[in-house]
Design a protein around this ligand. Structure first.
Ligand code: UDP
Length: 375
């Protein structure tokens, strides 16, 4: 690399959260005329990804359209690795950026390594400490971290995780999570446009917002969680559950079967802005999502995390998240308590996952990396 000019940066995106979390990074990098930012989509989740690409106006240059019905983890990984590798051989980028813990991120990281292209991992350093929870994400992020030249970690805790594993401090940058950049700019927009969809439902009921999609919960654990939701509405006349159901057929079928109730609304996945607006107006959130665990505390919303393990421990430490696991009894007990004593649980956990400037810090450090390596 001779200088900082005319660098090709390849950004790889596969799923909804990657689009949400990389949108502000792409925007920031595009401000620098030294860079050509090339966006490549594996489309690991076709519809959910497209919804977000449109919302954030992310122009995709290469779309592999790899999602297939009943795709296996290994089958998808193999196809993604092959396609990304071919593209890297063709366009020879100066840097690759992957985000998070998806199979897309892992395949992108490995392809980058094989092609000797410097790799930046956004949202590095998260660890649940259990290879099987979340599955296969814990292994995906360990792989991406180990192959990275730049590790953009969201919190001091994620930095500690990496140092404990022997990573050199010089590669680690605490930036905050880019999900908060996206959240903050869109909350501003919603408030400015007075776009919060306030309706009589929200005044009449206590709203519990639900999202569930983790692969490791499919089967018995998922059934327990769904049964807990039904128990909660039965035990609380004033509760309305709104649940945008993930399109995965394993979840669709179970949710439709178990959650038949007048006060449970099963709806399609929402656009980012509608979902954000709903989060802001809800009284409690029950989820197994990574991103929602980060967003909810920034909105002062209490979260029950229906997973056995979480890599986002900061929320638990600050007292704004409860890790219930897939236990029907624990979910019902904690939800009842929170709904009935809301003041006790409305803690301000504002900046635990970032201050909204993560993308700026990431872009600054990428520029430094190019400068340093051009000498
Ligand atoms: N989200 C959304 N619409 C929905 C549900 C979630 O836009 O109907 C957003 C949410 O705000 C968060 C992200 O999707 O930023 C989380 O994605 P997901 O739970 O699929 O993945 P994870 O974060 O667990 O990797």
């Amino acid at each position: 690399m001779k200088n900082n000019k005319n660098k090709k940066i390849m950004v790889i995106i596969g799923t909804r959260p990657e689009a949400i979390k990389l949108a502000p990074v792409i925007k920031e990098l595009r401000k620098d005329s030294n860079y050509t930012v090339i966006v490549c989509a594996t489309a690991q989740h076709r519809d959910l990804l497209d919804q977000m690409l449109e919302t954030f106006k992310i122009k995709v240059h290469y779309d592999f359209n790899l999602m297939s019905k009943n795709q296996s983890v290994a089958g998808f990984f193999q196809k993604a690795l092959e396609e990304i590798n071919k593209l890297m051989e063709k366009i020879k980028p100066d840097m690759t950026i992957v985000q998070g813990d998806t199979s897309t991120a892992a395949a992108g990281a490995l392809a980058s390594f094989y092609n000797k292209i410097p790799l930046a991992h956004v949202e590095a350093g998260l660890r649940s400490g259990d290879m099987k929870n979340p599955f296969p994400e814990e292994v995906n992020r360990i792989l991406a971290d180990n192959l990275s030249d730049l590790l953009f970690v969201p919190t001091e805790q994620s930095k500690k995780n990496l140092i404990k594993e022997g990573f050199g401090k010089s590669k680690i940058y605490v930036t905050g999570n880019t999900v908060i950049d996206t959240l903050k700019s869109n909350v501003k927009k919603l408030k400015k446009n007075k776009d919060l969809q306030c309706c009589t439902l929200f005044k009449k009921f206590k709203i519990i917002l639900v999202t569930l999609h983790r692969r490791e919960s499919f089967g018995k654990d998922m059934l327990n969680i769904l049964k807990a939701l039904k128990d909660i509405v039965k035990q609380n006349e004033k509760v309305l559950i709104i649940y945008p159901v993930h399109p995965n057929p394993n979840i669709q079928k179970a949710a439709q079967e178990i959650l038949k109730h007048a006060r449970i609304m099963l709806i399609k996945p929402l656009s980012y802005l509608d979902f954000l607006s709903l989060m802001m107006q809800s009284d409690l959130i029950i989820t197994d999502s990574g991103g929602v665990q980060e967003e909810a505390p920034a909105l002062k919303k209490y979260v029950i995390v229906a997973r056995k393990k979480t890599e986002r421990t900061e929320g638990i430490d600050k007292g704004c998240v409860f890790l219930s696991g897939p236990s029907r009894a624990k979910i019902v007990k904690s939800a009842n308590e929170i709904i009935r004593n809301p003041k006790k649980f409305s803690r301000a956990c504002k900046n635990i996952y970032g201050d909204g400037n993560a993308s700026k810090k990431i872009a600054k450090n990428i520029a430094c990396f190019f400068k340093k390596n051009s000498k």
